[in-house]
Design a protein around this ligand. Structure first.
Ligand code: PGA
Length: 256
């Protein structure tokens, strides 16, 4: 992390977990754990828990995010949620293009780009996920895959808006598998993302963007990953569902 240049952000991604009573209990446990964190603390929760999370975190340092957003403002899109619906209830962040959405729900770079622009236009901070599949890494095309995703996902996004965005590098083979990228692998790709942004925009803009690592980040490996100069935080799945574990990651980001 380089806290002089950009904000360190630890964001939980609850995925499809926690009923409302369970969410309330976890948030109450998280409040004291997060109270002294100097990094930005975000919890991205299922749509059904957003209102609860916003109400319970009022006056705390915990920010609330959604896990997806539709790109149209309103209309005949059964089952979808718009950016305005999210901001109206006090949501600040939204995860876009998570690999599970790309893999199971037909998300493409084109729709990621549309969602990112819609989120930014509504004042949400997008956490845009990129990452290579295992076989793409094995074929040694990780950089091509990541460069393509960055170019397409942020196509038409201004430098000013890019600075409000977060990028999460999540190698697909490391998500929920217990296989973490080594700190060198994470640093290498996060630095590559920054270099790609510097080419597309300029170095100052690239330096201002928070780039997280995600994929089996846990209390054991967080410190080493977050010590890397271009790893500015984490997008955390499994370890965000236990307050004590999440607390260790917040401490690692606070002290790093
Ligand atoms: P994980 O998930 O920490 O459980 O691997 C990360 C993510 O999918 O964002």
């Amino acid at each position: 992390m380089n806290k002089q240049l950009r904000k360190a952000i630890i964001a939980g991604n609850w995925k499809m977990n926690k009923t409302r009573p369970e969410a309330k209990a976890l948030i109450e446990d998280l409040k004291p754990v997060a109270a002294n964190a100097t990094c930005e603390v975000v919890i991205c929760v299922p749509f059904t828990n957003l209102e609860t999370a916003v109400a319970l975190t009022e006056g705390t340092n915990i920010k609330v995010g959604a896990e997806n957003v539709h790109f149209e403002k309103s209309g005949a899109f059964t089952g979808e949620i718009s950016a305005d619906m999210l901001t109206e209830i006090g949501v600040e962040y939204v995860i876009i293009g998570h690999s599970e959405r790309r893999q199971y729900f037909g998300e493409t770079d084109e729709t990621v780009n549309k969602r990112t622009k819609a989120a930014l236009a509504a004042g949400l901070k997008p956490i845009v996920c990129v990452g290579e599949l295992l076989w793409e890494r094995e074929c040694d095309i990780t950089e091509e895959v990541i460069a393509r995703q960055i170019k397409l996902d942020f196509f038409g996004v201004s430098a000013e808006d890019l600075k409000k965005s977060v990028i999460a590098y999540e190698p697909v083979w490391a998500i929920g598998t217990g296989k973490t990228a080594t700190s060198e692998q994470a640093q290498e790709v996060c630095a590559f993302i920054r270099a790609t942004l510097a080419k597309l925009y300029d170095q100052d803009t690239a330096n201002a963007v928070t780039i997280q690592y995600g994929g089996s980040m846990n209390p054991k490996n967080a410190e080493e990953l977050l010590a890397q100069p271009d790893v500015d935080g984490g997008l955390i799945g499994g370890a965000s569902l236990k307050a004590a574990d999440f607390g260790v990651l917040l401490d690692a980001a606070t002290n790093g």
